[in-house]
Ligand binder design. Structure first.
Ligand SMILES: Nc1ncnc2c1ncn2[C@@H]1O[C@H](COP(=O)(O)OP(=O)(O)OP(=O)(O)O)[C@@H](O)[C@H]1O
Length: 812
């Protein structure tokens, strides 16, 4: 609570500071026309009675904050609220002097306080503060800003307009620099230079989903208010010690905040679209969705690759790229239980290796050349169908894995093109120009899994939590400018390694549920996002360890800017990161991969309902939301932590006749490879009567301090003990390897025994030789078995220890 108060005061101070230091000094004599406009603004907010003093002193709208001072103008809390809203709608941000909002005929109709949003018991006492940032109801004036516009072609794709470019200017300075560049560069260079500057290295976007049917049926309140496309408030219902209900407000500010009315198309335009041209500039881009289970990650992520592919293919079809043999390659894999599986190759198990240049290679990953969006769609559907999903206590169809879809633009040189006739490894022969990875992370919250699910589900939860923690640790390390970034903490961070360093762009979409029952998780997700956002603001050049600076010729995406020289090829060599070691296949040659099913990836209406413009503003007035961290809270019983998911928007479906089975672990069908591997694992775990699962209890606290609600109390669960799961997974791998080795040894021994038998059967053979050799062979056999048994016993013991430890830690 204290944190929130400070936050309000900081924002208020900022406003007053501005009024005092900026506007008062700069205010020139106001014209009569200006006074009239001022009066209309005040009228629009129902504050016409305050108009005369302002007008008579001849000041402009920038002095509106003065009306908030005690003894001046607005006196009541309601007046202050209206005044504040007016300032906000005038884009009063203390500096940028943006084009003020002029009230329309409709807005002059007055502003009735809206009672609808929040039930009275949760409104709390809003009147106490001089300027209560949290007391705002955003529904009236803001709605006037939403102007319906027809669909416009992408401003980021060559030939499109540039309306959105400003949204991605990371600072006023950058905007000025871009303008300066624009004045000296020829047109196409201007565009590319501006674009490059404009697309932020890390962009954090929040998406709020609508209340679902179940939440509506339970009459749950929507506790998340989005305003100005960049801010949001979480109204957390709470109880005081004397059991009085009150609402605590948590204010957040991000690069963009998308409310429940925003379509997937708009999400694409705000998140991925600006990055697409940079892929042709050797950028490795990553877009990932983060959030509680059921918050809309999959819903948000699934359409994005398709849209991206559309734009990439459109660019690639331009003669300049076609002539240079630029091609688009697609791969799709998942990280499940710490292991990698190819979603486009019967869930074949993959190996991740690091080469001498610390580049990550995924051995065995299939890549497919795609030159048609329909084909991309079919691949995506096929991969989605193969993805691991499972029922959890929190979501009926929860993603149990991190799914990674990569679109890589590669350039195939003439020489290699010819060579390819004899070498089918075409994907390998191409040099990566750039790529974009889409990562649908598994649900960030696995608290529900620890109590009411089976062992396998809990093991998965532990592994998911581990990787999310590792992700946060990497972000934290980068944030603290640490030289050592713990990428090796998980498979996920190893794959993401190049997302945060070098010539990279990262977009994180934090998905949040709006219902009161998800409040804690929502706040946790937003704090996590806030943490990532702070990384993007540091602008430390050490974080940009691009192995090769971008050449001064920054044309994007024009032929001349793309690597055509040997030097440029070297650049590409070094930029090539996740490489496939297996044979890539041309899709056209493998028609049998096509599927008859054509479930729509995006069932959302695809048309644009509004010209959704983002401010692209820097965070100014609002303090980061991290102020209210680490508090012990008495939860309001109103807040029901049991989330039940309702699929009232259809997800992708695959016809029954599809070749890839729809999997739903732990009851899902699995590929043969995985099955045998899993059965080994399960066998080991079952024999132990113990497993890793209980670690998931203590790992409810994932990277984002996920909490577990037990009874009416909220416990901050302990973070995953670093290395604990890692160590077990390593031992598991070692055990499996030892088992394999033991089988190989045994086969060798059996061969020797057969040879001995063959010899002893020969006429005149010496039985003494046979006896001594057999004795030796059998003792080797026994030693090998004993060694494996000892390893197995150690591993069993280790699992048991884990379980006991975890039981001790988790309050039940
Ligand atoms: N913005 C949205 N608009 C409408 N429906 C949505 C939206 N976001 C999510 N949904 C619906 O909410 C449900 C849960 O979404 P989804 O499966 O994407 O969650 P998730 O975060 O991926 O969950 P998990 O981590 O468990 O896989 C789905 O039925 C989905 O259609």
């Amino acid at each position: 609570m204290g944190g929130q108060m400070q936050q309000s005061n900081a924002a208020a101070t900022a406003l007053y500071d501005h009024a005092g230091s900026g506007s008062l000094h700069n205010a020139g004599p106001a014209s009569d026309a200006g006074d009239a406009v001022m009066t209309r603004w005040l009228q629009s907010a129902g504050l016409q009675h305050l108009a005369s003093p302002v007008a008579s002193t001849g000041v402009d709208h920038r002095l509106l904050p003065n009306l908030l001072m005690q003894g001046y103008g607005a006196q009541s809390a309601e007046e202050k609220q209206r005044l504040f809203k007016l300032m906000r709608n005038l884009n009063f941000n203390g500096e940028s002097a943006s084009e003020p909002y002029t009230p329309t005929a409709q807005t002059l109709g007055g502003v009735a306080a809206s009672e609808g949003f929040y039930s009275p018991e949760f409104r709390g006492d809003f009147g106490a503060g001089l300027l209560d940032l949290h007391a705002m109801d955003d529904t009236e004036l803001l709605s006037e800003h939403v102007i319906s516009e027809p669909f416009e072609p992408s401003p980021f794709i060559p030939g499109g307009n540039k309306v959105f470019e400003d949204d991605f200017l990371t600072s006023t300075q950058e905007r000025e620099e871009a303008e300066a560049d624009a004045s000296v560069l020829p047109m196409n260079e201007k565009e590319s230079s501006t674009r490059e500057n404009n697309v932020a290295k890390i962009r954090v976007v929040v998406r709020k989903r609508p209340l679902n049917k179940k939440e509506l049926a339970k009459k749950e309140d929507d506790i998340v208010t989005v305003y100005d496309n960049a801010y949001l408030t979480v109204h957390e219902p709470k109880l005081k010690v004397d059991l009085t209900a009150y609402v605590e407000k948590h204010e957040f500010c991000f690069d963009a905040v998308l409310d429940e009315h925003v379509t997937n198309d708009e999400v694409y335009r705000v998140t991925v679209e600006p990055i697409i041209p940079t892929i042709f500039e050797r950028t490795k881009a990553t877009c990932f969705a983060y959030g509680q289970t059921g918050s809309g990650k999959t819903y948000t992520m699934q359409p994005l690759p398709l849209r991206a592919a559309e734009d990439l293919v459109r660019i690639l079809h331009q003669p300049v790229y076609r002539n240079q043999k630029f091609k688009l390659w697609l791969s799709y894999f998942e990280i499940y239980g710490g292991k990698l599986f190819d979603l486009l190759s019967d869930r074949k198990k993959l190996c991740m290796r690091e080469d001498g240049r610390q580049q990550v290679c995924i051995v065995g990953l299939q890549e497919f050349e795609v030159s048609d969006v329909q084909v991309v769609k079919e691949f995506i559907e096929r991969g989605n169908a193969a993805r691991s999903t499972g029922t959890t206590g929190a979501n009926e169809e929860s993603s149990r894995s991190h799914a990674i879809l990569q679109l890589a633009v590669k350039r195939h040189s003439e020489v290699k093109e010819n060579k390819r006739n004899t070498d089918t490894n075409e994907a390998k022969s191409g040099k990566i120009v750039g790529k974009i990875s889409f990562i649908d992370l598994a649900g960030s919250e696995r608290g529900a899994d620890t109590t009411d699910n089976d062992r396998q589900t809990r093991i998965e939860g532990a592994e998911i939590n581990k990787s999310l923690l590792a992700l946060k640790e990497c972000i934290r390390a980068l944030d603290n400018d640490q030289i050592h970034i713990p990428f090796r903490g998980s498979k996920l961070t190893e794959v993401l390694r190049d997302s945060f360093v070098g010539n990279s762009k990262t977009v994180m979409i934090s998905c949040i549920s709006p219902n009161a029952g998800s409040c804690e998780h929502t706040i946790n997700t937003l704090r996590y996002a806030d943490r990532v956002k702070s990384l993007s603001k540091s602008g430390n050049p050490r974080k940009d360890q691009a192995p090769n600076p971008i050449p001064s010729n920054k044309e994007v995406p024009s032929a001349s800017s793309l690597p055509t020289t040997a030097a440029a090829e070297n650049v590409n060599d070094q930029c090539q990161d996740i490489k496939t070691m297996d044979i890539g296949r041309r899709f056209g040659e493998k028609e049998n991969y096509l599927y008859g099913s054509a479930a729509d990836v995006d069932k959302q209406p695809s048309s644009f309902s509004s010209g959704y413009q983002f401010n692209g503003r820097e965070e100014k007035g609002l303090a980061p939301a991290s102020m209210d961290r680490d508090k012990f809270e008495v939860k309001n019983s109103y807040s029901d932590s049991t989330y039940q998911k309702t699929n009232y928007y259809s997800k992708n479906s695959v016809d029954a006749g599809d070749k890839v089975p729809k999997v739903s672990p732990p009851r899902r069908k699995v590929s043969k490879d995985e099955k045998s591997e899993r059965s080994i694992n399960m066998l080991k775990r079952e024999t132990n009567g113990s497993d890793l699962t209980t670690t998931s209890s203590k790992q409810q606290s994932t990277g984002n301090h996920i909490t577990s609600t037990i009874g009416s109390r909220q416990y901050e669960a302990e973070p995953i003990p670093d290395g604990s799961i890692n160590a077990i997974l390593e031992e598991e791998e070692a055990l499996i390897a030892a088992h394999r080795k033991e089988i190989e040894d045994t086969m060798e021994i059996v061969r020797e025994e057969m040879k001995l038998l063959a010899e002893v059967d020969q006429p005149g053979s010496l039985i003494d030789n046979y006896v001594s050799q057999l004795s030796f062979v059998l003792s080797r056999k026994a030693a090998s078995l004993v060694s494996l048994q000892a390893r197995l016993a150690r591993f069993q013991h280790r699992l048991k220890e884990q379980e006991i430890l975890t039981r001790k830690r988790v309050p039940r």
